[in-house]
Design a protein around this ligand. Structure first.
Ligand code: GZL
Length: 319
């Protein structure tokens, strides 16, 4: 009697309970992504890259936009923990203030991946890896280009600087790298420096204030991203000056708007900062779920585009 019961039990059990499921039948990985916001062309392209790559990878993406507010990103991360997602990824709007929520993710045994921007924390076990650019090197590239551009010219060469979001890794490191290169040459002086929060509107507003205060005393603008540079270009033109000629303009990202400004002769150079991090993120997420080793730091490879190459390079641009 007992043997028959076991046989019946065996016949009733679903086949899948007894065999490993084929890949197509396995439950999709669930990734919770807490995005900074939608403040710039760069961010829009970054979001597009993450969403399209998740779809292509068959990963179930939960996505949130924090409108550049840290408290919204923290709320989103907490909701992903509550939903018991498989992996959490985010681009920290600022460097500090993450330890508490990342300890909660660690206690919930949910691996965390940083993309685009880093955090400053004593405990690097709070995240598996950081995929993103070397912002300090981007600042150095901007400084080296300026030294070359102004080689042999007399000083003083007065610079105004539009910084990115206060406390963000790109703003801190792009400033640091740029100053590291120009500090050796006494002709260069940063006479005004203020945040434009990575947006066109704020970039224009702050540049208007710089022009009011310094006017023709300004020789160079260093903007931490193209969107602020494009806003500043509008302000420079409205002040009756020629952007790219009366004021040399250096920016970072390499978005379409920057190429258009360079082709119009209004922007002198854009240092590339690639937002196309989606494919690398999805491959890291799959490796984490498969238990494969992942490097602690994955640096994106980037270039620099002076206006002279803009027209030739423009057709190749993917963002
Ligand atoms: C850089 C990224 C910055 C871009 C800005 O990786 O965090 O944020 O340079 C964006 O355009 O707003």
């Amino acid at each position: 009697m007992k043997r028959r019961t076991v046989l019946v039990a065996m016949a009733a059990a679903p086949l899948s309970a007894m065999l490993p499921l084929p890949a197509f039948a396995q439950k999709p990985i669930v990734l919770g992504f807490a995005q900074v916001g939608a403040e710039s062309e760069w961010r829009t392209a970054n979001t597009e890259s993450i969403k399209s790559s998740a779809k292509e990878a068959g990963i179930d993406l939960k996505f949130s936009d924090a409108q550049q507010k840290q408290e919204n990103q923290i709320k989103a991360i907490r909701s992903y923990i509550a939903q018991k997602v498989d992996v959490i990824a985010f681009s920290p709007v600022v460097e500090t203030g993450w330890d508490t929520v990342l300890v909660e993710a660690k206690n919930a045994k949910i691996p965390v991946v940083l993309t685009d921007r880093a955090i400053s924390s004593k405990d690097d076990t709070l995240y598996v890896t950081f995929i993103g650019s070397d912002f300090t090197e981007e600042g150095r590239k901007a400084g080296r280009w300026l030294l070359e551009k102004e080689k042999g010219k007399p000083g003083p060469i007065n610079i105004v600087e539009l910084q990115g979001t206060v406390g963000s890794a790109p703003a801190i490191d792009r400033k640091k790298g740029f100053e590291e290169i120009i500090k050796g040459d006494p002709r260069f002086k940063i006479i005004r420096s203020q945040t434009g929060d990575f947006t066109r509107a704020k970039g224009k507003e702050v540049m208007e204030a710089f022009l009011k205060a310094e006017g023709k005393n300004i020789n160079v603008l260093y903007a931490h991203n193209d969107d602020m540079a494009i806003g500043a270009i509008q302000a420079i033109e409205e002040a009756g000056m020629k952007p790219g000629q009366d004021i040399v303009i250096i920016s970072v990202d390499g978005v379409k708007g920057a190429f258009e400004a360079m082709m119009a002769g209004k922007l002198n150079v854009s240092v590339e900062c690639s937002p196309l991090l989606g494919p690398q993120l999805m491959s890291v997420v799959k490796d984490i779920k498969a238990g494969k080793p992942v490097p602690k730091r994955i640096v994106t490879q980037e270039s620099i585009f002076p206006m002279e190459v803009a027209a030739k390079e423009f057709p190749n641009r993917k963002y």
